[in-house]
Design a protein around this ligand. Structure first.
Ligand code: PLP
Length: 458
C-alpha cells in the first residue's frame, strides 16, 4: 500500500505517541495542533486552547516569540550544525556555557550540554559513578530519590524516578536506586502532627534509608526543589536545610532537578534559589531554550568537576558525549532566552502576576468538585473529588491520571484549556508571560470544565 496515498484518514497509530492509550490511537486520529500564539495553541479546526501546563512544563515564553525564531534562523543560516567534541565546538556553545554557569545556583559551575532533561539526568548518574570511581569509592553508586518523582524516561532515569509501576512494567534494573517518601504536607501528616514534626519524620526516614543501605554505598540524593508533576506539593518548612545537613554529614551529594523549576517557574530563576537550596549539581532543560529547540545541561560544582578532570587526565580524554549535545541552533536560542529574561525582566513579570495567579486558583475552591488548591510560584494544582466524598487521603502523590481528573482534562479540552491530569488533581504551570487578563480567562475556562465534569457525574 502506498503510504502517501493514505491521506488523513489513516489510523493514528502509525506513530507511537508517548503516554497514549494505544487502542485509542488505533481508533482515533490524535488531536493535532498546527499553530501557536502567546499562551494559545490552535488545532486543525482553528479552535484555540490555553496551554495551562506550557504543554509539557516547557514553553515558558509562549509560542510565537519572534526573537527566539530569529535567533534560530540566524544560526541555521550561519552554521546549522557542528557537534561539540574532540576539541572542536562553536562560539554559541562556549558563550552559553559561560552565561549558564554565571547564573546557575552551583558554586564554580561547569556545564555539560545534552538534548533532553532525561539525558541530562542520565548523564548526572553516569558522571556520579565515574567521579566516585576516580575518587576510589566505586561502591558509592546508590542514588536516593522520592517516590512519585519523575526524572526522565531513559533506563537510568526511570530507575531514579519514583514509579514502581513503570519500573516493573519495563523491567528496569533498580539495584542502585533508593526511595524515600515524597513530602505531601499537609495532607500526608499524621493527626496533630506539626509541620516541623512532619519534616523531621521525613528526614529521619532518609537517615534510616542511608543507614540501612550503608552510607558508604550512597552517592547522591536527587529532588526537584518543588515537584509540579508529582501534584505540586511544596516542601514543608526546613525540609531541604535539614536534608542538606544530613547529607553533608555522610558525604552524600545533593542534586537539584531543575528541568521544570529552572528559569523562573518558582518566582526566581531557580527553584533552588527560591527554596534556599545549595546543590552540588543541577540538571536543566525545557525552559533553557523556552523549549523552541531541544537542549539540556548539567551544571556541576568545581569539586565534582575536578573528579571528572582527574579521571579524564589519567585516561587521556573524557570519553562521553553525543552528536547533538549543545546543538548550535539550540545554543543560539538559549542565549537569546537569557537575553530576553534580562531585557524584558521576565522574573519581574512573574513576581507581579504571581499574587493574581494564586488568588485566581484559590477562587476555584468554592466549586463543589474542588477539595483544595495548591500554589507555588507560577504553578499550581487543583485537587478534586466527587461531591460528598470529602478530602481524599492522597497521602502519596501519583503520576498516573485518575478517573475524575481524566474527565476534567477532557472537559478542559472542550472548554479550550489544557491541564495535566494526575491522581486526584490536575496540575497547571502556564507560560510565564501570561498576563492578568489571560489568568482570568484561564480560570474562567477551567471553571467551565469543572462545571461540565460535575454535570456529567452519575
Ligand atoms: N525531570 C523532570 C522534573 C521532568 O518533569 C522531566 C520531564 O517532564 C524530565 C526530567 C525529563 O525531561 P525530558 O522530557 O526533556 O527528557
Amino acid at each position: 500500500m502506498n503510504v502517501l496515498a493514505r491521506g488523513t484518514n489513516h489510523p493514528g497509530n502509525l506513530a507511537l505517541l508517548p503516554f497514549s492509550n494505544l487502542q485509542k490511537l488505533r481508533e482515533e486520529r490524535p488531536l493535532m495542533f498546527v499553530r501557536g500564539q502567546g499562551i494559545y495553541t490552535f488545532d486543525e479546526q482553528g479552535k484555540d486552547y490555553i496551554e495551562a501546563v506550557s504543554t509539557f512544563y516547557c514553553v515558558n515564553l509562549g509560542f510565537s516569540d519572534e526573537e527566539l525564531i530569529e535567533a534560530a534562523v540566524q544560526q541555521l543560516r550561519a552554521l546549522p550544525m557542528y557537534p561539540s567534541g574532540i576539541h572542536r565546538t562553536v562560539p554559541v556553545v562556549m558563550e552559553l556555557a559561560e552565561r549558564l554557569a554565571a547564573v546557575a545556583p552551583v558554586r564554580g559551575g561547569h556545564v555539560m550540554f545534552a538534548t533532553t532533561g532525561s539525558e541530562a539526568n542520565d548523564q548526572l548518574v553516569k558522571f556520579t559513578w565515574y567521579a566516585n570511581r576516580v575518587a576510589g569509592e566505586p561502591k558509592r553508586r546508590k542514588i536516593i530519590s522520592r517516590r512519585a518523582s519523575y526524572h526522565g524516561g531513559t533506563i537510568a532515569t526511570t530507575a531514579l524516578g519514583g514509579s514502581a509501576a513503570l519500573q516493573e512494567a519495563f523491567g528496569i534494573p533498580t539495584g542502585d536506586s533508593l526511595f524515600v517518601s515524597h513530602p505531601t504536607w499537609p495532607i500526608g501528616a499524621l493527626p496533630d502532627e506539626t509541620e516541623t514534626a512532619y519534616t523531621d519524620r521525613l528526614v529521619e526516614e532518609l537517615r534510616q534509608t542511608i543507614e540501612e543501605a550503608g552510607p558508604e554505598t550512597v552517592a547522591a540524593f536527587i529532588a526537584e526543589p518543588v515537584s509540579v508533576s508529582s501534584g505540586m506539593f511544596p516542601p514543608p518548612e526546613g525540609y531541604f536545610a535539614k536534608i542538606k545537613a544530613l547529607l553533608d554529614g555522610y558525604g552524600i551529594r545533593l542534586y537539584a532537578d531543575e528541568v521544570v523549576t529552572g528559569f523562573g517557574r518558582t518566582g526566581k530563576m531557580w527553584g533552588s534559589e527560591t527554596l534556599g537550596i545549595e546543590p552540588d549539581c543541577i540538571s536543566c532543560a525545557k525552559g533553557l531554550s523556552g523549549a523552541y529547540q531541544p537542549i539540556s545541561a548539567v551544571v556541576m560544582s568545581d569539586d565534582f568537576y575536578s573528579r571528572l578532570e582527574e579521571g579524564a587526565n589519567a585516561a587521556g580524554i573524557f570519553n562521553h558525549g553525543g552528536t547533538y549535545g549543545g546543538h548550535p541552533v539550540s545554543a543560539a536560542v538559549a542565549i537569546k532566552v537569557l537575553d530576553i529574561y534580562e531585557r524584558r525582566n521576565i522574573l519581574g513579570h512573574v513576581q507581579s502576576v504571581m499574587p493574581v495567579w494564586q488568588k485566581a486558583l484559590a477562587s476555584l475552591e468554592d466549586h463543589p468538585l474542588v477539595t483544595a488548591t495548591r500554589c507555588f510560584g507560577m504553578a499550581g494544582a487543583v485537587q478534586i473529588a466527587p461531591p460528598g466524598e470529602g478530602k481524599p487521603a492522597a497521602a502519596s502523590p501519583s503520576l498516573a491520571p485518575g478517573g475524575l481528573s481524566q474527565q476534567l482534562y477532557m472537559a478542559g479540552l472542550a472548554a479550550g484549556v489544557v491541564v495535566r491530569p494526575l491522581q486526584g488533581c490536575v496540575v497547571l504551570s502556564p507560560p510565564l508571560i501570561i498576563t492578568e487578563a489571560e489568568i482570568g480567562e484561564l480560570t474562567r475556562r477551567l471553571r467551565l470544565a469543572l462545571d461540565a465534569t460535575l454535570a456529567a457525574l452519575p
